[in-house]
Ligand binder design. Structure first.
Ligand SMILES: [Zn+2]
Length: 107
């Protein structure tokens, strides 16, 4: 669970943020909301989760915060190529993130 205001994370049985006194939302919902948030932008799309995770780790090493969102169609388990994994960073980090990703993909 996460506080939508101060972004603090809590264990599942906590319902209200003691700091902001507002209702917590599931972390998954919070990250989904960020997709539509103007401060975040998609810098990388892949169909393989491990690639997104590798790049996220590299961005973290460069002090860039990243979020992975994956949309898998579980009704077609054999169609792995239909799954889309997106990597999002804050807009202010986008330029640095894209350069880093280009360097990673060159190797
Ligand atoms: Zn809070």
């Amino acid at each position: 669970m996460i506080c939508p205001k101060c972004e603090a994370e809590y264990v599942e049985d906590v319902k209200i943020c003691p700091v902001c006194n507002i209702e917590l939302i599931p972390k998954k919902d919070f990250e989904l909301n960020l997709v539509h948030h103007e401060d975040w932008t998609t810098v990388y799309t892949t169909d393989e989760l491990y690639k997104a995770e590798m790049i996220k780790a590299n961005l973290k090493g460069g002090n860039i915060e990243a979020i992975i969102l994956s949309q898998k169609d579980k009704s077609f388990p054999s169609a792995g190529d239909l799954s889309v994994v997106k990597l999002l960073v804050k807009k202010e980090d986008a330029e640095d993130a894209i350069k880093l990703i280009e360097d990673i993909n060159k190797e």
